[in-house]
Design a protein around this ligand. Structure first.
Ligand code: NAD
Length: 297
C-alpha cells in the first residue's frame, strides 16, 4: 500500500482564497478592512522571515497588516504598553506577538495582556479554557490546520482512535482538545510514554508534534491510518554544507503503510499562516458584531 499524500499546500491556498472573499465582504459590510497586528521584538532571523511572510499574506488576503518591529532591548513594560494600545485600537482585530521573546521579557505576562478576543494565536489562557469547555474562542493555528486536513480527508472523525504525540501548549494539548470535541478517543503521548510504538499502533489518526527528526517509524503505523506530521526539523542534506527539512515521521516507511500522510514540507506547514488569516477574519467579524456562519470558513 502507498499512502495518499495530503496536500496541505493546495488546501491552504484554497483556504486563503476563501478568507480573501470573506475579507472583501467584511470590508463592504463594516466600511473598513479587517486588521492584523504583528509585533516582533529583536532580530531573530527565523522570526523575521515568519513576520514578513505573515504581513505579505495578510495584505494578499485583503486585510490591513500592522507590523511593529521593536529593538531587542525593549523593556517588558514598553512591550506591554504596545499590547494595550493595540487592544484599544479599533482598526486592529487580531494581535500576534511573535515568539520567542527575548529572555528578559516574561512571555506569559505578554500573552495574558492581549485581549482574548484579539488573541488570534489562541495562546491566552481564556482561549485555552474556552477550547477545553467547548465555547467559541480562538484555537492555535497549527492544530486547527491539522484538524481541517483530517476532516477534509476523513469526514466525520467520531469514534476514531487518535494518538497525539507531544503535549505542548501550542500544538499537542490543543490538538487533543480538538479531537476530543470531534468525539475521537484520544491518547496523548509524550517524552515519558512507555511503549510508544505500541500506543501509536492502535491509532486510526496519528498526529506527531515532537520535534525529533523521523522518530515515528512505518512499523508503528496501523495499516490505513491517517498520519499528520507537524514536525519541522532541519537535518544535514546529501551535499556537503546543505540541509533539508524532515518531519517527526519517517516518511518513506510510514507512507508504505498509512492510508494518508502529510509530507514535510508541503503538509501542515502551509496551513499555519492560512489559519492565522482565518482567525483574524473571524476576529474582525466578531469585533464588528457581524454574523459569520460557523461553517463559512
Ligand atoms: P515542544 O518541544 O514544545 O514539544 C514537544 C513535545 O514532544 C513535548 O510535549 C514532549 O513531551 C514530546 N516529546 C519529546 N520527546 C519525545 C519522545 N522521545 N517521545 C514522545 N514524545 C516526546 O514542540 P512543539 O512546539 O509542540 O513542536 C513540535 C514540532 O512541531 C517541532 O518540530 C516544531 O518545529 C513543529 N511545529 C510546526 C509548526 C508548523 O507550522 N507546521 C508549528 C509549531 C510547531
Amino acid at each position: 500500500m502507498t499512502a495518499a499524500v495530503i496536500d496541505g499546500k493546495a488546501f491552504a491556498a484554497t483556504l486563503r482564497t476563501r478568507v480573501g472573499e470573506l475579507a472583501a465582504e467584511f470590508e463592504a459590510k463594516a466600511g473598513r478592512k479587517a486588521g492584523l497586528a504583528v509585533v516582533l521584538v529583536g532580530e531573530d532571523p527565523a522570526s523575521q522571515v515568519y513576520v514578513r511572510s505573515k504581513g505579505k499574506s495578510t495584505l494578499e488576503a485583503g486585510m490591513n497588516s500592522f507590523e511593529h518591529k521593536l529593538p531587542a532591548d525593549t523593556s517588558e513594560a514598553d512591550l506591554l504598553a504596545m499590547v494595550y494600545a493595540l487592544n484599544a485600537d479599533p482598526a486592529v482585530d487580531g494581535i500576534l506577538v511573535q515568539l520567542p521573546l527575548p529572555r528578559h521579557i516574561d512571555e506569559q505576562k505578554v500573552i495574558a495582556a492581549i485581549n482574548p478576543d484579539k488573541d488570534v494565536d489562541g495562546f491566552h489562557v481564556t482561549n485555552a479554557g474556552r477550547l477545553a469547555v467547548g465555547q467559541p474562542g480562538f484555537v492555535p493555528c497549527t492544530p486547527l490546520g491539522c484538524l481541517m486536513l483530517l476532516q477534509d480527508r476523513l469526514g466525520d472523525l467520531s469514534g476514531l482512535n487518535a494518538v497525539v504525540i507531544g503535549r505542548s501548549n501550542i500544538v499537542g494539548k490543543p490538538m487533543a482538545q480538538l479531537l476530543i470535541a470531534q468525539s475521537c478517543t484520544v491518547t496523548v503521548a509524550h517524552s515519558r510514554t512507555q511503549d510508544l510504538a505500541d500506543v501509536v499502533r492502535r491509532a486510526d489518526i496519528v498526529v506527531a508534534a515532537v520535534g525529533r527528526p523521523e522518530m515515528v517509524k512505518g512499523d508503528w503505523i496501523k495499516p490505513g491510518a491517517t498520519v499528520i506530521d507537524v514536525g519541522i526539523n532541519r537535518v544535514p542534506g546529501a551535499a556537503e554544507g546543505k540541509t533539508r527539512l524532515v518531519g517527526d515521521v519517517d516518511y518513506a516507511s510510514a507512507a508504505a503503510v498509512a492510508g494518508a500522510i502529510t509530507p514535510v514540507p508541503g503538509g501542515v506547514g502551509p496551513m499555519t499562516i492560512a489559519v492565522l488569516l482565518r482567525n483574524a477574519l473571524v476576529a474582525a467579524y466578531r469585533n464588528a458584531g457581524l454574523d459569520l456562519a460557523a461553517d463559512a470558513v
